[in-house]
Every structure is written in C-alpha cells, then in structure tokens.
Design a protein around this ligand. Structure first.
Ligand code: NAD
Length: 304
C-alpha cells in the first residue's frame, strides 16, 4: 500500500481520496477549506497544514484543483510542491487545466528527477464516488505503469494519451464534444416540443436513429424522462454549467494556439455562458440545464 498526499478535496477530490483510503492506502491531505479536511479526517485520513506538508514523506501526490493558475501556484509557487520534490516521488495532476501549464509543471519536476502525469478525469461526481472515473493520462508509459494500481482505486478506465499535456488535450476535446452534443440535443428536443411533439417520443426516435448520442441516451436534458439524471432532479448534481464554460474556454485557447477552427465549440461556449449569465444559480446547475435556455417555461410543460 502506498502513502499518498492529496491536495484539493472538493466535489471530486474528496470522494477520490476516500476511495484511496477504502483501498487501504494512507492519505495525507490539504485543502484551503477546513470542512473538507475534517471530512477526510473522519474517514481515517490525515489532515496537513499545507500542500507541501501533505506531500512530505509520501510516494505519490495527487492534485485535484479548480484551475491552471492554482495548479501553477501549488506546484511552482514559492515553497511549492516542485521546490520540495525528491527523485522518485510521483506527482499526478487530475485537475482540468491548459496543456501549457501542465508542461511547465512536468518540466520542473523532471529537472529534480520526480515523476509526473497529467491525468484529468471524466465521469463527474458520481464517477468519483463510485470509483468509476475515466483517466486520460499524459506522460511516460513507464511512469503510468507504476501509477496504475493507484488509478485503479479511483477509476475503471485508464487511457494513455501520449506525452505530457496530452491527457489535458484529450479531456478538453472530449468536453468540447460533450458541450456541443448537449446543446444540440436540447435544441432538437425544444424544437419538437414547441411544435407539439412529445420529448419522450422524440428521444425514443433519436435513440433509434441517426440523432442518437450519449446525451439523449444517458444524460437526457428534458425533465423526468430518465431516472437518475440531473434533469430529473431539478438539474442538481452532475457537471456544473460553470465547469463547462471553463472547459470550452480551454478549448478556445487551444484552438487559438493551433490555428484550429472550432465554430461549433464557440457557439456552445456562448450558449453556456449566456445561460450562466441569465441567473447566477444557473452556473451551479448541471450542464443539461441548457434545456431551459431553449425552453424557458419547462417547469410548466405538460405532455400533450
Ligand atoms: P471544487 O471547486 O469542488 O474543488 C476544488 C477544491 O480545491 C476545493 O475544495 C478548494 O477549496 C480546493 N482548493 C482551491 N485552492 C486550493 C489551494 N491553493 N490549495 C489547496 N486546495 C485548494 O472542484 P471539483 O468539482 O472538485 O473539480 C476539481 C477539478 O476537476 C477541476 O479542475 C474540474 O474542472 C475537474 N473536473 C470536475 C468534474 C466535476 O464534475 N465536478 C468532472 C471532471 C473534472
């Protein structure tokens, strides 16, 4: 069993750390939020007073932080993780951030002989709790091989995507597609409903036809058509609108750097941004709540 340092015990990080504890690993953790540290301590983890103290004397350090600038300051800031890294220690960043910051962090850790992997995840809070996340892993294959037992405690699919930063790129491309698919699905369902077609029937048609996709089949944005999805729980849980806006923003940055055209992604980003700007609370609803942008009075919709 490994001793693991864990930094960032938020919606994703805490359940991931709890799964490591359940698997018998020792977990020492830091978060700026003391309530999160308390929750970890109750499950048998050890709270630390800083990121560097959480990493001290551990074999593996996992970070699960909100964005690239925080990741950069935690690793590369004064007294940060890179300044105390020792040869042989392995660092895994599972936050979703820009590939350029990832590559800077990787270079700093390589200089001192430490290992690094960028390993962003898909599967959301439910996947983090169930230990069924998909990890997209950038970095040397040999380092991934050593880390695999740790990933296996938190996820069910671990995919090597290539060099440093490629995990981030894969995550960004995936979420670009997810945002476009969700907006497109909501658009089609609203068009049908506004013309008198049942969203339930239309969903069945799409699932059996060329309009079928992950969103209509597994994350249907129309309320109460599918049990267990956020749309059947007033759009609570799931993947927040603000995170989709963030990830589509990362896609826009990558597109700019590579001179790649992403017109559909740009529209999707604007749709989710507009949705979030119409009411502050929309930002913390699941991204399937984009359905409300297309069909404002959805709460009073009655199936005909
Ligand atoms: P979150 O905001 O719930 O958690 C982030 C945690 O980091 C918080 O507990 C916060 O207090 C802590 N933190 C912030 N600054 C810190 C610092 N300097 N030192 C230590 N701790 C610090 O976010 P989340 O939903 O858990 O997401 C984490 C990452 O995973 C993000 O990059 C996000 O894009 C990505 N992600 C999230 C989901 C999801 O469904 N929530 C899914 C896939 C990927």
């Amino acid at each position: 069993m490994a001793s693991i340092g864990f930094i960032g015990l938020g919606n994703m990080g805490l359940p991931m750390a709890l799964n490591l504890l359940k698997a018998g690993h020792g977990v020492k953790a830091f978060d700026v939020n003391s309530a999160a540290l308390e929750a970890l301590a109750q499950a048998g983890g050890t709270p630390a007073n800083s990121a560097t103290l959480a990493a001290e004397d551990t074999e593996v350090v996992i970070t699960m932080l909100p964005n690239g600038s925080i990741v950069e300051s935690v690793y590369l800031g004064e007294g940060g993780l890179a300044s105390r890294a020792t040869p042989g220690r392995l660092f895994i960043d599972s936050s979703t951030i820009d590939p350029a910051t990832t590559q800077k962090v990787a270079a700093a850790l390589e200089t001192v002989g430490a290992g690094f992997l960028d390993a962003p995840v898909s599967g959301g809070i439910m996947g983090a709790k169930a230990g069924t996340l998909c990890f997209m892993v950038g970095g040397p294959a040999g380092v991934l091989a050593k880390a695999r037992p740790v990933f296996d405690c938190m996820g069910k699919k671990i995919i090597h995507t290539g060099a440093y930063g490629s995990g981030q790129l894969a995550k960004i491309c995936n979420n670009l597609m997810a945002g476009i698919l969700m907006a497109g699905t909501a658009e089609a369902l609203a068009l049908g409903a506004k013309n008198g077609l049942s969203p339930k029937v239309l969903s069945e048609v799409m699932i059996g036809s060329s309009g079928g996709n992950f969103m209509v089949e597994k994350w249907n944005p129309w309320p109460n058509l599918m049990p267990g999805v956020p749309a059947s729980n007033h759009y609570n849980g799931g993947f927040h609108v603000k995170l989709m806006v963030k990830d589509l923003g990362l896609a826009m940055d990558c597109a700019q750097q590579a001179n790649a055209a992403v017109p559909l992604g740009a529209v999707a980003r604007n749709l989710f941004t507009l949705h979030g700007s119409l009411a502050e609370e929309n930002n913390v609803l699941d991204m399937s709540s984009i359905q409300k942008l297309y069909f404002a009075d959805i709460d009073n919709y009655n199936e005909v």
